[in-house]
Design a protein around this ligand. Structure first.
Ligand code: NAD
Length: 436
């Protein structure tokens, strides 16, 4: 099939690459000329496991093309995906101006019938606004599909290739059939397409993200209680995760959730609730608990060093909002680093993939190091903020030797306290008794 994807960020590039890998011809359109120029030369602007290989392979086979020219992109494409950003506005609502602007431009430029599909996360009711914009600019026929994306950064290619489910929000049978055909290569383990109306599809996306964020926030609150009561949150997590009604996913306590989706989508759902007179009390509580868990972890470190703050140097492992991504948007690691800096503490940091994005976010306020062990030079303690695989089994002897005093603050509960104890390291983690 011939497809156009507009907005070539984390979602757009993965969508385009995976659709091309399934044999479709995909034209990628973005208004960031620098990004498109880079992509034409094979430079992949983001880190996402497996993405570079797919993009370069399909570009070579001419199944993937990059352009800033929307007209060229939609001329021959039967299906047009919108994957542009929908960032938070000051009042918490999602800014859908890019979605509406691109929809209007598509309407003006489409040569005949097209299917317009929104992958961007958009407020409930956006499908009506898009339809209005398109109708106001063209007499040509079109259909609209709400197809929210559920991929996770860090495993986006895998998630797209083998999704838990695909939500297709459209009432029209012929469009359902077309979308089913497009997604059929990704349904080999069984059909996991769920058809619904566009309003319910838009609602499903926000509900999923807020539910997941709520699980994390609840566990972080429980972790805080465990710290006071002397319980071990990791045992509690195993104890409840084994209950099939609860399940094991998204129960890991730590420094809080972040990234480009959960914080903004929770704000958007709260805003939608306010506008419609249905207060989203649980979403609000999850948001507050998340902020509190970020404060609590950074606060514990600041309290530990007290007035000595200005003479303290800390090594930080991990700046991305989670492992296997270079994305630092609303990263709890960056928030924690900023809180430590505000306390006068100096930071030497390392992240396997997010050094460039973090340097841009922190603007030269910290020292970036070549590797994790380099970051330990002259540091008073090690702080772990992202759960990268390479941090999970480090050389504890070397850590203890390089630090001024062997102390670890672990915001991701990566280590077994017994192992750390044997290595002679003082250990502070989340929701577990300290090891001294
Ligand atoms: N990142 C995720 O993990 C994820 C997962 C599911 C859903 N989403 C949703 O998908 C959408 C995109 O997210 P993202 O993380 O890929 O964003 P992103 O910021 O990485 O990418 C957005 C892209 O759109 C381009 N763009 C903006 N306005 C444009 C315009 N007028 N014309 C052409 N291109 C334009 C930007 O240049 C950028 O390349 C958001 O609504 C987000 O909530 C994201």
């Amino acid at each position: 099939m011939k497809v156009c994807v507009v907005g070539i960020g984390y979602v757009g590039l993965v969508t385009a690459g995976c659709l091309a890998e399934a044999g479709n011809s995909v034209i990628c359109v973005d208004n960031d000329a620098k990004k498109i120029e880079g992509l034409k030369k094979g430079a992949i602007p983001i880190y996402e496991p497996g993405l570079t290989e797919i993009v370069q392979h399909n570009e070579k086979l001419k199944r993937l093309e990059f352009t800033t020219d929307l007209k060229y992109g939609i001329d021959s494409a039967q299906i047009i995906f919108l994957a542009v950003g929908t960032p938070s506005q000051a009042d918490g609502s999602a800014d859908i101006s890019a979605v509406l602007a691109v929809s209007g431009e598509i309407a003006e430029k489409m040569p005949d019938y097209r299917i317009i599909v929104t992958k961007s996360t958009v407020p409930v009711g956006t499908h009506k606004k898009v339809a209005e914009v398109v109708k106001s600019k063209t007499q040509k026929p079109f259909d609209y599909v709400s197809n929210p994306e559920f991929l996770k950064e860090g495993s986006a290619v895998e998630d797209f290739m083998s999704p838990d489910r695909i939500i297709i929000g459209t009432e029209k049978e012929s469009v359902r059939e077309t979308m089913k055909q497009l997604y059929s290569p990704f349904m080999r383990k069984g059909n996991r397409i769920i058809f619904m109306d566009p309003t319910s599809a838009e609602m499903t996306k926000y509900t999923a993200n807020v539910m997941l964020a709520t699980r994390i926030s609840f566990m972080n609150e429980v972790a805080g209680l465990c710290e006071k009561m002397g319980a071990d949150v990791e045992l509690v997590r195993q104890g409840i995760g084994s209950d099939s009604r609860i399940g094991r996913a998204f129960l890991f306590p730590g420094v809080g959730y972040g990234g480009s989706c959960f914080p903004k989508d929770i704000r958007a759902l709260i805003y939608i609730g306010e506008k419609t007179g249905v207060e989203m009390k649980i979403a609000k509580a999850a948001q507050q608990a998340n902020m509190a868990s970020q404060e609590r972890f950074a606060g514990r470190i600041c309290d530990y060093f007290g007035d000595r703050g200005k003479s303290v140097i800390l090594a930080v492992w991990g700046l991305a909002f989670k492992a296997k991504t270079d994305d630092v948007r609303e990263s709890p690691a960056i928030n924690c680093v900023n809180k430590l800096l505000a306390h006068g503490i100096k930071i030497r940091a390392y992240d396997p993939e997010a050094m460039t994005t973090a340097a841009a976010a922190l603007g030269g306020k910290i020292t970036m190091c070549e590797n994790g062990y380099d970051a330990l030079e002259g540091a008073d303690a090690l702080v772990i903020l992202t759960e990268w695989q390479e941090f999970r089994n480090p050389d504890f002897e070397l850590i203890a030797k390089k630090l001024k005093k062997p102390i670890i603050f672990d915001g991701r509960n990566l280590y077994d306290p017994e192992v750390i104890k044997k290595a002679g390291i003082e250990y502070h983690s989340v929701g577990r008794p300290d090891v001294k």
